[in-house]
Design a protein around this ligand. Sequence first.
Ligand SMILES: Nc1ncnc2c1ncn2[C@@H]1O[C@H](COP(=O)(O)OP(=O)(O)OP(=O)(O)O)[C@@H](O)[C@H]1O
Length: 640
Amino acid sequence: MFEIKNVSKQYNGEFALDNISSKLGQGLNFIVGASGSGKTTLLKIISGMEQDFDGEVYYCGKDIKKLTSNEKSYFYNNTFGFVWQDFNLLEDLSVLENVLLPQYLKNKQNQKNANKILKELKIFDLAHRKVNSLSGGQKQRVAIARELMKNPKVIIADEPTSALDEKNSETTMDILKAISKNRTVIVVTHDVNLIDNDSNVIDLDEGEFVSLPQNNVTKTEKLTYSESHRLSIKNAFTMTKSNVKSKFGRFFVSALSLMIAGILLLTTVNGTVESSSQGDFDELIDTYGDGLKDISIVSSFTSAGGVGDNQEEKPNADVSQDIDGLYDKYVGDKRVDFTAFLQAFDNIKVKVSGKEYQIQGSGTVPTINKLVAGKMPTGKDNEVVVPESFVKSMGISNEQAIGKQIDFSSGIFNWDTGEPVLKDASITAIIVGVADNTISSEFTVDDSFFFSKAALHDLRRQAGIENEAMNFLIRAKTPTDMISIKDELNEQGIVPLGQFELVEDIVRLNEQTTEQSGSASMFIGILAVVMVIAISLITGFMRKREFAIYKVSGFNNAHFSLLNLTEKITEIMTAILLMLVTSPLINIATKSLFNASILNSKMLISGVLFIALVGVAAYVSTAIAFIMTKTTTALKTGDK
Ligand SMILES: Nc1ncnc2c1ncn2[C@@H]1O[C@H](COP(=O)(O)OP(=O)(O)OP(=O)(O)O)[C@@H](O)[C@H]1O
């Protein structure tokens, strides 16, 4: 039972309702009056949709003004049913799906009850028809059926017959009359012909009573909170399935936008930056070999026309520098791939398992293109990395060579006097690695043996060399690392040797393109996220009416959050699937647009993560659209 006490409502200083007091109870109640007399305003106040008014309204002793949004959603799902002038059905769903809508918040859908109600209202045969194919009269019966599924104590009907012809109006009123036998039915209408003598009537004119209610309401209902009021994950997925089926185009556009945004983020954040550097460097390495990243550190060399950054023409000069201690400094450096001593040997003889091998001399310092097996010597024991050509001459594989012991003897030039003096030296060492010694992709330096620090010390000691500092090379991990080590050495007054000019240009160019593509990436990335947010907000606001129907069916923000989550999970999964299926095609596009290939597991996993990330943005945007939906503005009320 409703008690209305001194209710007033003003819009812009004008009274829509002026000090109304009344009681409404079980049976048929009419609120009548001319257009603009305040009928709809009173209805909104009674139902709790409008809580900003003067005075008080109680339903079974419960202050309607103080209903929280959760209490309201409980009332809308269990206690109040709404019948509208333009039905407010979900037009793309079937009759049954519409009728079951409030039931999704119950633990069990009462399909039997749905069938019974559909039969009573003579629309059982239409159960699987889409609502948009029905006539107005049929739609109104579907709407009433949906509300009866709530088994509500109150039915609030706003101009329920004004969109119907005479016959359908009569049928609808007959149904409402039948329902009112054990319920409170409140009908707002401007059509006084609908009123019979048994009904309770509130007649309004310009917000005031014209006539007071004729019937005194005596019977009171008890307010009960028995039903559960939650959306299960299963029901959320069932609703999602219906929504996807009924609005496949909308769903597909959302999923597609997630996929496109994910790919854009992927190629800009992950792809371009990496590939712009990698492409250029790979080309250089193809031409020059891995030795391009070598830095040679030698204690003396002859400089051609100036040293360091000084590019002026100068006569050749002998440069001596103190490189003592530098080897140990760079051995464990994280920018360094490996280090190797550059000791030249003359007339090398190697004995393995009793067999002697003569190694062809090259007259140059040892060279390494890359290590093809094992590791570089650590420096602690007598270890050696041997040339691949030597392993071949032994007739074994590179892997089989590892661990073999060799007896190595050769001549070593001693320059201590300023003149080269050839001295003999020999050592027994274990093979720890095999190196490819190709230079300029044509020649191999077959006498390139790289010894550990301990072994080389021993050999040099035998040759009578007193100078402790041994020439060595550093193989930098990346061209950027190479330049950073070179700069560091220069600061210490050391002039290293290497292809610095070539690499430096590429590094600089790369830094520039990285910076440029970085800002382009940022722009495209932001654009991708904005696109998803915009599409989600637009679709969200296009669904305003649908959201309002959810709300008057009892869905609160928590219920919708779960439905939103299941919808977004479905969209994200579809977007991921789309990406995987179309990845070869996308790859062609991203390669030509961003020079980035997405066809590898790292990129695809990142793609999945980015799609999920933009999915979160879409989730939040849709949630905002739902929260901002006001039922009173989203649903048409009154006589329009
Ligand atoms: N949101 C609003 N903002 C400003 N004025 C409003 C608003 N809603 C209603 N009004 C005004 O309040 C008065 C009562 O409106 P209400 O819709 O309650 O009348 P009604 O009797 O239901 O009319 P109708 O039969 O045409 O639907 C009218 O003058 C109307 O213009």
